[in-house]
Write a protein that binds this ligand. Structure first.
Ligand code: HEC
Ligand code: HEC
Ligand code: HEC
Ligand code: HEC
Ligand code: HEC
Length: 447
């Protein structure tokens, strides 16, 4: 009895050691075959709802999504041809976006239109064959992949006719997600740090994890023959889903005085509260994303006026107030252009407050090519449960109409700055404007 126990202990120890020794991150390139991973359609027959959810999530489109295709094939791959120092990093895109191709060493993978297995993206079997994250320190696709008959998950003791199931604690840890949602580029810059932001924020203290907000549990069946239980919904809603963005930041607003003489100055204050996200907003592809606050006043005659945000005077603030400046000159490095002036930096009304963190290239110009980033600028995003206050001092125009003035603030979200989307011919969808929230207040103008 005692001997048997010791044997099992020893076995699990060596087994554990063996799993730790499996390659991860860059070391895992070209160590597997496509055929070791089952296709999502195999899982579909039993896990029907989970499959349909995943199919609609960005996770299944991480390689085929058109903006990914453009950035990878039209910017990153040519850039690595011009400058071989980028080869490793550009192969590395696939460690997260086309993991099966990376593991199989099929690099660069065939274009999406060729219908290869790269198109499966972050697939069922890729996630459910992960047995750990190297050193528990998630970054740059350092998940440990061990494909085969065993599917790992968060629940112990489940039975399936198709596979063996095994509980693995990594399915309850944010490190699983962080292995792809944290990224350090060749210059050591943290170009993506969603899991780190979470760790530093209030939700980690309360053990509210990625799963709780992105894979919420609901009563149902996880497979057609399974018992009723709380099942993790594989919806992975994010910035591509207006239903997730709407209301994630709450707005409140007031005017310091409710009655103002016609030659006075209105003072308006707006509070922006990140009530819903477990990390900063925006997070993830921060180089692409902007959030901006547009404020307008409308007098009793229906004339509208655009209000510009008051400056606060912090370092790097100019990147957080919309202007006509040009940026993204480093497209020339990837596209081999000469005398390239750049593209408009913001494409939103001048004077609006932008919540973002700029990325800078080797010349100190803003870039959206995260692999080419040498330095990060001011971090003016809204942290989890953080409230930011913006003020607007508005000396009213001489011809303002007496009576009520209504002030409206609209908080807009854009996944990819419009001028860049237009320059690179990225489908409209990527630069569409999602209204996250809207609020208004009023005051009286008297003679
Ligand atoms: C023939 C049906 C069938 C097929 C095909 C199938 N599964 Fe399952 N799977 C099940 C059943 C049944 C369970 C147990 C569900 C329960 O009891 O809650 C299960 C459970 C799981 C679990 C939960 C494990 C845990 O411990 O939490 C995972 C993960 C899983 N399957 C992944 C997959 C993947 C990935 C595929 C495709 C490669 C797949 N399954 C294909 C029937 C199937
Ligand atoms: C308290 C709930 C909550 C938690 C915890 C949480 N998120 Fe989110 N997440 C949100 C909300 C709300 C949004 C939509 C707003 C946004 O895009 O920032 C979002 C957006 C995202 C996006 C899209 C961002 C973009 O710009 O494309 C990603 C990726 C993401 N979350 C990943 C994660 C990961 C990984 C974790 C765990 C480390 C996590 N989230 C934890 C609520 C949460
Ligand atoms: C990004 C990684 C990821 C992908 C992709 C993914 N899963 Fe999961 N899956 C998880 C995690 C994490 C859990 C456990 C979540 C929890 O318990 O909160 C889970 C849970 C499950 C469960 C158990 C559900 C339950 O609560 O009983 C099944 C079954 C499952 N996944 C099947 C699939 C199938 C089938 C696909 C593809 C259609 C898939 N998964 C894609 C990460 C993933
Ligand atoms: C193998 C790498 C990998 C793992 C592991 C992974 N993700 Fe992702 N995830 C991605 C990629 C790549 C995308 C981006 C898809 C795109 O936009 O091209 C993505 C997209 C998302 C999105 C949608 C973002 C949007 O903009 O709409 C959410 C939400 C998300 N992941 C959450 C999670 C959570 C939660 C986990 C852990 C259970 C997780 N991810 C694990 C690679 C991964
Ligand atoms: C460590 C994992 C990882 C690596 C390496 C990586 N990405 Fe990503 N990428 C992600 C995740 C996760 C997201 C989604 C983040 C979010 O939703 O904001 C993403 C988002 C994107 C997006 C934006 C998608 C959208 O729809 O808005 C593009 C484009 C992209 N990646 C291209 C690349 C290219 C090109 C490379 C290589 C130079 C690369 N990525 C390297 C994980 C990675």
């Amino acid at each position: 009895m005692y001997k048997k126990l010791l044997f099992i202990l020893l076995l699990s120890f060596t087994f554990g050691q063996e799993k730790e020794a499996l390659p991860a991150g860059e070391h895992a390139k070209n160590t597997k075959k496509y055929s070791q991973y089952e296709k999502p359609e195999v899982c579909q027959s039993c896990h029907t709802d989970i499959y349909q959810q995943w199919k609609r999530a960005m996770m299944s489109q991480s390689f085929t999504h058109h903006w990914d295709e453009i950035e990878y094939f039209d910017l990153a791959v040519p850039h690595a041809k011009n400058d071989p120092n980028f080869k490793e990093a550009v192969d590395g895109c696939n460690g997260c976006h086309a993991p099966l191709s990376y593991l199989a060493g099929d690099l660069p993978p065939p274009r999406p239109e060729e219908g290869s297995r790269a198109n499966e993206g972050v697939s069922c079997d890729l996630c459910h064959s992960i047995v750990g994250v190297k050193n528990n320190d998630p970054v740059n696709f350092n998940y440990i992949s061990s494909p085969g008959r065993i599917k790992y998950g968060a629940k112990p003791g489940l039975e399936s006719p198709h596979h063996v199931t095994e509980y693995n604690p990594i399915y309850e840890k944010t490190e699983l997600c962080g292995s792809c949602h944290n990224e350090r580029n060749p210059f050591g810059v943290w170009v993506k740090s969603t899991q780190k932001e979470w760790e530093e924020g209030p939700y980690s203290q309360e053990s509210v994890k990625c799963f709780d907000c992105h894979m919420p549990g609901a009563i149902g069946r996880s497979a057609s023959m399974a018992k009723i239980d709380t099942v993790a919904q594989h919806v992975f809603l994010g910035a591509h889903k207006p239903a997730k963005l709407r209301g994630a930041i709450e707005l409140s607003m007031h005017c310091r005085e409710s009655e103002i003489p016609y030659d006075g100055t209105a003072l308006i204050q707006i509070e922006l509260f990140n009530a819903k996200a477990g990390h900063k907003i925006p997070t993830g592809s921060v180089e692409d994303r902007i959030l901006w606050l547009h404020v307008e006043a409308r007098d009793s005659k229906g004339n509208t006026y655009h209000l510009k945000v008051d400056e606060k005077g912090f370092e790097g603030e100019k990147y957080t107030i919309a202007s006509d400046e040009l940026a993204y000159q480093d497209f020339s490095d990837a596209l081999g252009l000469e005398d390239f002036e750049g593209v408009a930096r913001d494409g939103v009304p001048v004077g609006d407050r932008i919540f973002r963190m700029p990325y800078f290239d080797q010349n100190g110009n803003m870039t959206i090519m995260q692999w080419n980033t040498r330095e990060l600028g001011v971090d003016y995003r809204i942290g989890p449960r953080e409230t930011k206050i913006e003020t607007y001092s508005w000396p009213m125009p001489r011809d303002i109409a007496f009576g009520e003035v209504e002030v409206t603030a609209t908080l807009n979200y854009q996944k990819l700055v419009k001028p860049v989307a237009e320059y690179l011919d990225v489908p409209e969808e990527e630069s569409e404007i999602t209204v996250m929230n809207k609020v208004s207040t009023e005051f009286e103008v008297y003679e």
